[in-house]
Write a protein that binds this ligand. Sequence first.
Ligand code: HEM
Length: 248
Amino acid sequence: MKGFFRFVGSRRFSIPLIVGPFLYLSWVFYSNQHEESKNLPEAEGKIETEEFDTSLFTVTDEEFQQATSKADSGTQQDLVVNLHEKITDDTGNIAVAYFICVLCLTPLKILLRRNKLISALNRHRRTVGLACFFYTMLHLAIYLTNGLKTLWDEITRLYIAAGFSAFAILLVMALTSNNWTQRKMGGRKWKKLHRIVYIAIPILIYHRAFAGKVSAETIRETFIWFSPVIILQILRIWKQIKEQKARA
Ligand code: HEM
């Protein structure tokens, strides 16, 4: 058992933790490309047999080419839009999952001080936090592939503004998550600064719940996702107050 805890606390354990979601995203991308190549001949077939029955009317070569290219790009475009939306959603959800994990590790350490598994997992807090930032950057980069015009048109939407606010908080955290800054700032100041992460919780709840197609389901799902963080943070505060009272 000792060996297991040592492995969980080692660097080797953090590699699949970071690379795993990347492999999943590559698989999503690959399977979509595969689907795309499968759909193309189907679309061509449909046009020839259904839309252009030459026994009923005559079409010029130019008209035929125009129509077929439109239909082709229609099916292809649908797949590209679906892939873009899927990868935006997936990268966002992966980033949120890391965010939730990192916010659960601290209270778990306080609540279960002697638990070896929690202590071993807590060694990866910085890595998990940086992974959250990495997938957030990927999420933003994929969103921006639609062009800066989309950003300009959508920046006034509250959920996009919320996304950027959360991104700014994560950026500050990522830039200061190194031993050099921690030493320069001093432990107390550094800890105080890193408390801004709590501001990101309601912002991200809003962003996730109201991004894209809003429904009662997405709102409920978001609260379910964030419930471990909320419950553990409440328990942590309760335990700290209890300990303070006992000391007084
Ligand atoms: C940097 C600024 C951000 C922008 C411009 C942005 C943009 C978007 C957009 C456009 C969507 C909706 C995609 C769709 O059509 O379904 C979305 C969804 C989402 N974003 Fe962001 N986002 C940002 C930051 C963040 C951050 C910081 C996180 C988390 C750490 C995040 C997590 C999510 C999640 C979880 C979803 C919902 C996925 C789902 O519905 O399954 N986003 N974001």
